[in-house]
Design a protein around this ligand. Structure first.
Ligand code: URA
Length: 249
């Protein structure tokens, strides 16, 4: 397993304080000279001191300062047999076994262990909350592969809304994928309830063989094999953020 970072990398104390968003490097030097900075519980007035951000604890005016990670936005083409969590006590493969970055990212919402396809990950909590907020009704589309052909009347039922234990589902777009012998169905929903797609089909008596998320808003897995990931482009991030403009407070 690759290490995520160079654990012994030293940085200058003034740079670290600046990177934490406390002040400029020059001001940080003043803070140091004025005895306002502590390293591991001891006042440090020596300019040019180097610290290890992973190990040393830095306090300015008695308050611990931590480095701000730059925000990152990622799309993973999630494979089967991996769980959408950051850690697993039972040692099962998680999505973070596929996406190795130094920032502390987490998945936006979840996909079931056996569901494949588009999964967004970020370290930007506010962005993730907005993406999942029902107000924005971000469209998610899935390809459902069934054991048996779907009946035309059931397509109507899925589209109009299915009564589940947590309420009736909102109208969805549902279509049969051509040349699939009616065993592959596309469904576009705007909600994000737990196991929603599986529960909708199961409530009509179908067995799902495969479930693949084809898109999340405008983001697809195009160009990504299962298990591969990429950073979202600036344009893709901006487009999402435009949706939320004026709503983030
Ligand atoms: N709906 C489901 O049932 N499962 C998923 O993983 C995603 C949507």
């Amino acid at each position: 397993m690759k290490t995520r970072n160079n654990l012994n990398q030293l940085v200058r104390l003034n740079k670290y304080i600046a990177d934490c968003g406390i002040s400029s490097r020059r001001k940080a030097d003043e803070l140091i000279i004025n005895g306002r900075v502590e390293v591991n519980g001891k006042v440090c007035t020596e300019l040019g001191t180097k610290i290890n951000p992973r190990k040393d604890k830095i306090f300015v005016d008695g308050k611990q300062v931590v480095q701000l990670d730059e925000p990152v936005y990622i799309v993973l083409n999630k494979p089967k047999d991996c769980i959408t969590t950051t850690k697993d006590e039972k040692g099962r493969t998680t999505v973070l076994d596929y996406v190795r970055v130094k920032q502390r990212i987490f998945p936006v919402g979840r996909l079931d262990r056996d569901t494949t396809g588009v999964l967004l990950l970020t370290n930007d909590g506010e962005f993730a909350n907005l993406l999942m907020h029902p107000r924005y009704e971000i469209q998610k589309s899935y390809k459902v592969t069934l054991e048996e052909p779907i009946k035309p009347e059931d397509i109507q039922k899925l589209a109009r809304g299915i009564k589940l234990s947590d309420g009736i589902t909102q109208p969805a777009e549902v279509y049969v994928i051509p040349k699939s012998k009616n065993k592959e169905v596309g469904i576009i929903i705007h909600e994000g309830r737990n196991r929603q797609v599986r529960r909708m089909f199961e409530s009509l008596g179908y067995t799902i063989k495969k479930l693949d998320r084809i898109s999340y808003g405008p983001i697809t897995t195009e160009g990504l094999k299962r298990g591969q990931w990429r950073f979202l482009t600036k344009k893709e991030i901006e487009n999402f953020k435009k949706l939320f403009e004026g709503e983030s407070q």
